[in-house]
Design a protein around this ligand. Structure first.
Ligand code: SF4
Length: 425
């Protein structure tokens, strides 16, 4: 079937995504919209390999602008699409398109540049078509906090939430389609609010739905955990994994960043979560090289992270973004210094990850089976599953696996024969 949009006819498309889970969730909704319109949507990456897109007549590139590196990656995808022969119709959308539309329109081969508003209008109410074994469900967008370093809150506008009945409908469609792990996402997920229902209320409504599923929450701001949310996340159908941005282990830097908590409050929160879910994996984002982060501040961050019960952290070098409150401070920390700090913390994170993983060796845990002989536990341990070699199995299915350690690698072995039967075709 040929489809017509903006006066151009097409019947095959690919959706390329750069950036966060929210962008991935939106790409899934766009994919859903295209497929329901009868368009054949090609994957563009398989097992980490880029696929040949030369037969695709329209390419959507959902870009990111969170850092300069994200912009570079977005540009690389746009240029790759524009070089294809025969030439596809190239549509650029996402945060980079919102930030620099004129610059992107000037790239030879780019046919359309969408605002974030246009993207939201086109995907509103669309049931996502996930390309991974776990389904992302976007329930919230926007943020009005404007932390010092964050450009995205300006590009995505004020907080908006998907009405709860629509969330429930999309959630149930995904469960019926066979997805057993649904990841709730938002730009500031803790700000979910619809007709007086907050995130805890939404979670409560979803957990009451029938079906064999588990729910994972994507990144949550530390100051938005309410008592009720802490109660809800104790439910065993909620994955024992939370990603809670810390950004710095130094209160002075947190204040400069405009963050709304202290290290002590953050630490109290993770102790509370650990009390109700002792097997929980808690991860954090950390930015190094924020203006004003001297050796002492960095040392405080390092000491806090070493002693904390966090299981891993994603470390990013500070990237100055014009238009953000922190841009007024300039970017005084030399790149070499930032790179060194990133290296130190990434190494520490690796050590923490391994320490955390070792605690579960010998345990049997629930997993979602993934492609490439992998599986993911509820508490975010990625296992290699040699048992599945040579078998045709269904990624996305739930199973129980025993965790073993081989060197630094975690191995999962299927515990019960019936699980093996269920996940194999
Ligand atoms: S809470 Fe801060 S970092 Fe997160 S989206 Fe909002 S402004 Fe950006």
């Amino acid at each position: 079937m040929r489809h017509c949009e903006g006066g151009k006819r097409y019947d095959t498309a690919a959706v390329i995504t750069v950036g966060c889970r929210l962008n991935q969730a939106e790409s899934d909704s766009l994919r859903g919209r295209l497929i329901r319109a009868g368009i054949a949507v090609s994957p563009y990456r398989l097992n980490g390999r880029l696929l040949d897109l030369s037969t695709v007549s329209r390419i959507y590139i959902n870009t990111c602008a969170v850092t300069r590196q994200a912009e570079r990656s977005s540009l690389a995808e746009i240029r790759r699409a524009c070089r294809l022969q025969p030439k596809p119709w190239v549509v650029v959308l996402g945060c980079f398109a919102e930030k620099a539309p004129e610059r992107l329109k000037r790239i030879a081969g780019v046919n359309e540049v969408w605002t974030n508003l246009k993207k939201q209008r086109l995907i509103a109410g669309q049931i996502p078509t996930p390309v991974r074994s776990r389904a992302l469900l976007k329930v919230q967008d926007g943020c009005d906090r404007h932390c010092g370093y964050c450009l995205v809150s300006y590009l995505r506008g004020k907080p908006v939430s998907l009405p709860a009945p629509q969330v429930v409908e999309q959630f149930q469609s995904l469960v019926c389609a066979g997805f057993q792990e649904i990841v709730l996402t938002g730009l500031n997920l803790g700000r979910y609010e619809h007709n007086g229902m907050d995130l805890a209320g939404l979670l409560n409504a979803l957990l009451k739905k029938p079906g064999d599923f588990r729910i994972r929450l994507s990144s949550l701001e530390p100051d938005l955990f309410t008592e009720r949310l802490l109660e809800m996340i104790a439910d065993s159908k909620v994955c024992a994994h939370f990603h809670i941005p810390l950004q710095s282990g130094d209160d002075r830097i947190l204040a400069l960043m405009g963050r709304r908590y202290t290290v002590k409050k953050y630490d109290h929160l993770i102790s509370q979560i650990l009390m109700s879910r002792p097997d929980v994996c808690i991860g954090a984002d950390v930015i190094v090289g924020f203006p004003g982060e001297d050796d002492e501040s960095f040392k405080r961050t390092m000491i806090y992270l070493s002693s904390s019960t966090l299981s891993y952290f994603h470390v990013f070098p500070y990237s100055l973004r014009l238009g953000t409150p922190a841009a007024q401070f300039g970017d005084p920390i030399p790149q070499g210094e930032k790179t060194e700090r990133v290296g130190i913390l990434r190494q520490l994170s690796q050590k923490k990850r391994l320490e955390f993983a070792r605690r579960f060796v010998g345990d049997v845990r629930q997993v979602i089976v993934e492609p490439n002989l992998k599986a993911l536990t509820d508490n975010y341990l990625r296992l290699s599953c040699p048992d599945l070699r040579g078998k045709e199995y269904q990624p996305g299915r739930m199973a129980e696996m025993k965790i073993e350690l081989a060197g630094d690698k975690l191995i999962g072995s299927c515990q019960r024969a019936n699980f093996m039967e269920e996940i194999c075709l």
